[in-house]
Design a protein around this ligand. Structure first.
Ligand code: ZN
Length: 321
């Protein structure tokens, strides 16, 4: 090892030490903020520090962003997603500049972070890049609405019990601000802690070459969920507790098998050729001839292979013979 490499290695070790110290400091100051539910978040963060989950998630981000896409979802198709349509109609689209000038916390582009995260978790769970059928499940399963309206209870509610997304809801989101310094501090410290966590979990020094896109996507996702938590409670001010709920939702989401949320067939009518892009076919009973048409988002493996009559189902791509 040459001298310059040695120096670099020492610098890395020092950096690692600094990161550990910063994490400890952040844990303490977050505890001292006395926000309801913070204890649970700190436990989740300790787990994150000890497991490989975060690393796997960020690797999935990397996989998804470098994969060959067989088909891109068009902006026309995206506008058939109710949430994205309403966000587009009621919020500023937003980039860094408009954000600075309008001081709007919630802008339309943030909503894309919901689907991005579902996508990364999809990739992480299946240990392969997502395909077109997965993408349709990601955008059209209603998981987006579950997350926005039920937050950390997204997996406990029935889709029918979730309120319809309305213009009023998005108009309120547009007005969302931090309630006070405590709320902003809670957000800032938690995002800083997540940054340090990422730093710690990824291999030194390769991390330095990593794009910052993952970081901003996660931070903006948390901000969006915090805003939704406020508006769900009929407020336009984000309180510290809303940030805690946003993180609770995030931690639960990354541990959930999101592949169980399948595209709702009626929502796919705006997708060109969706029937061909999915494995759609029939399960035909060999005894009574009864059949079931497999819906987009479903798979033959989802069903029992025995018919009510006692006969066996066979998978067919068509009913022709
Ligand atoms: Zn039968």
């Amino acid at each position: 090892m040459g001298i310059s490499e040695k120096i670099e290695k020492m610098a890395d070790e020092k950096e690692l030490q600094r990161s550990h110290q910063d994490i400890d400091k952040l844990f303490n100051s977050l505890k001292n903020l006395e926000v309801e539910g913070m204890d649970e978040i700190l436990i989740e963060l300790k787990n994150l520090k000890e497991t490989e989950l975060y690393k796997r998630l960020i690797n999935a981000f990397k996989t998804e962003n470098s994969k060959q896409k067989d088909r891109l979802i068009t902006s026309e198709e995206l506008s058939t997603v109710p949430i994205l349509k309403l966000a587009d109609e009621n919020l500023i689209f937003g980039d860094l500049l408009t954000n600075v000038f309008t001081a709007s916390l919630i802008f339309a582009k943030l909503f894309l972070s919901i689907y991005s995260f579902i996508e990364y978790i999809y990739c992480m769970t299946q240990e392969r890049p997502t395909n077109w059928a997965d993408i349709l499940n990601i955008f059209f399963s209603g998981l987006d609405e579950r997350i926005i309206f039920a937050l950390e209870k997204f997996d406990e509610v029935d889709l029918e019990d979730i309120p319809e997304p309305t213009t009023e809801y998005f108009q309120m989101l547009r007005k969302v601000r931090w309630k006070d310094k405590k709320a902003k501090k809670t957000y800032d410290k938690l995002t800083k802690l997540m940054f340090e966590m990422m730093y710690l979990k990824l291999d030194f020094p390769a991390f330095k070459k990593w794009p910052s896109t993952y970081r901003s996507t996660e931070d903006l996702f948390i901000r969006l969920l915090s805003g939704c938590s406020a508006v769900n409670n009929d407020r336009v001010n984000i309180e510290a507790e809303d940030v805690v709920i946003a993180y609770k939702t995030f931690f639960k989401l990354i541990k959930t098998d999101v592949t169980k949320y399948k595209a709702i067939p009626e929502r796919l009518y705006g997708i060109e050729g969706y029937n061909n892009s999915l494995k759609v076919g029939y399960l035909v009973c060999q005894k009574c001839g009864g059949y079931y048409q497999i819906q987009p988002g479903e798979s033959p493996e989802d069903f029992t292979d025995e018919c009510d009559c006692g006969g066996r189902f066979e998978y067919r791509t068509s009913l022709d013979n």
